[in-house]
Design a protein around this ligand. Structure first.
Ligand code: NDP
Length: 333
């Protein structure tokens, strides 16, 4: 029974050395417990924050303890009346092949509704993040221009597609020509900007947004965001979802002071955590499911196979290896 523990805290960009594989016995279950087999393990950028010993909205991982995160798992054995053997659940679980659990906080999922892995992506945390950040904070209106950074990732792909459903012009910023081609040709984005090859990103944003920017959904921060700020319209809205450009920094970032722009353009800027909207998850998940079933949303995953691949899949988030949601498939159901 393999487990991945945090063996040391990263200084700057994380490496394989920060993770260690250990073996544990599979415990026998007691009354009220279930034995789970991990099927899909999610790797997410926020985990980088938890690897550091800093106060944030979730507690840091402990050195020597398993990394935890979103996992889809099958109930192999059950002494818990609420979870039958054979059920599939999604929950916050350790990076471990087999886990004994008391069932608290596990959400059963319907295997007939959508592929199981979707509950870690478009129908799970990233999809909900896109939904609330765009619709509640961005409030896009028909004919407006929406820019999304980190556009080809788990959250960004959903943001852009929902903005298209709302009748907006959508511009995505991402890190490769293949990603831009995917956004424009497969997902229906109006334009894409490859920030890695574009020499003058300010000009590229201005050109892609001839009527200015009404909504900016920010997944990355840094110089990409600075370029978008210069193109903001009066009464525009900014949803601060992620700042991945800074997650591996070892000293505080400096850059554009945005306040004069926010003031002159009456801009609304708001940071958020998806869990701010917990009470509304049910309704949002239903709407995302409907859009998906009606073919109004496309969905892509980057899936690595095998438990051993988990650290590499995680590290790849910071070099942009994934298109869509990055997952690791660790077992068949
Ligand atoms: P993604 O699937 O988008 O994966 C991360 C992507 O970020 C990479 O593929 C890469 O794409 C891009 N990236 C990596 N480093 C940089 C950099 N230095 N500058 C610009 N882009 C970079 O991840 P998610 O969709 O899961 O998450 C997207 C963002 O949203 C993250 O910042 C995450 O922390 C945040 N988030 C926030 C939540 C909230 O509740 N507020 C919930 C979920 C996610 P590329 O090739 O384009 O560089």
């Amino acid at each position: 029974n393999k487990t991945i523990i945090l063996s040391s805290r990263p200084k700057g960009t994380p490496t394989q050395d920060n993770f260690e594989f250990t073996q544990t016995d599979v415990a026998t279950i007691e009354e009220g417990e279930v034995l789970l087999k991990a099927l899909y393990i999610s790797v997410d950028p926020y985990m980088r924050g938890r690897m550091s010993d800093v106060k944030s909205y979730v507690a840091p991982y402990e050195v020597g303890k398993p990394i935890m995160g979103g996992v889809v798992a099958e109930v192999l054995e059950s002494k818990n009346e609420k979870l039958q053997k054979g059920a599939v659940v999604v929950g916050n679980l350790p990076w471990q092949q087999y886990v004994v659990h008391n069932g608290k906080g596990l959400n059963p999922i319907d295997p007939d509704m959508a592929p199981l892995s979707y509950h870690l992506g478009i129908l799970g945390m990233p999809g909900l993040t896109a939904y609330f950040g765009l619709l509640h904070i961005g409030q896009p209106k028909e004919g407006e221009t929406v820019v999304v950074s980190g556009a080809a990732g788990a959250v960004g792909t959903v943001v852009g597609q929902i903005a298209k459903l709302k009748g907006c012009r959508v511009v995505g910023i991402a890190g490769s020509d293949d990603k831009i081609e995917y956004l424009v040709n497969e997902l229906g984005f109006d334009e894409g900007i490859n920030y890695k090859t574009t020499v003058n990103i300010n000009e590229a944003v201005a050109k892609a947004c001839p009527d200015g920017v009404d909504v900016y959904f920010d997944n990355v921060g840094g110089e990409i965001s600075d370029a978008v700020y210069h193109a903001l319209n009066k009464f525009s809205r900014i949803a601060i979802c992620g700042q991945i450009a800074f997650y591996n920094n070892t000293s505080p970032a400096t850059g554009l002071r945005v306040e004069p722009i926010l003031l002159k353009k009456s801009v609304l800027m708001k940071g958020f955590i998806v869990n701010d909207y917990t009470s509304e998850f049910g309704h949002a998940a239903k709407e995302l499911t409907t859009w998906l079933q009606e073919g109004k949303l496309q969905y892509q995953e980057s899936v690595k196979e095998g438990f051993e691949q988990i650290p590499e899949a995680f590290l790849g988030l910071f070099s942009g290896e994934n298109t869509g949601k990055q997952l690791v498939k660790v077992a068949e159901r």
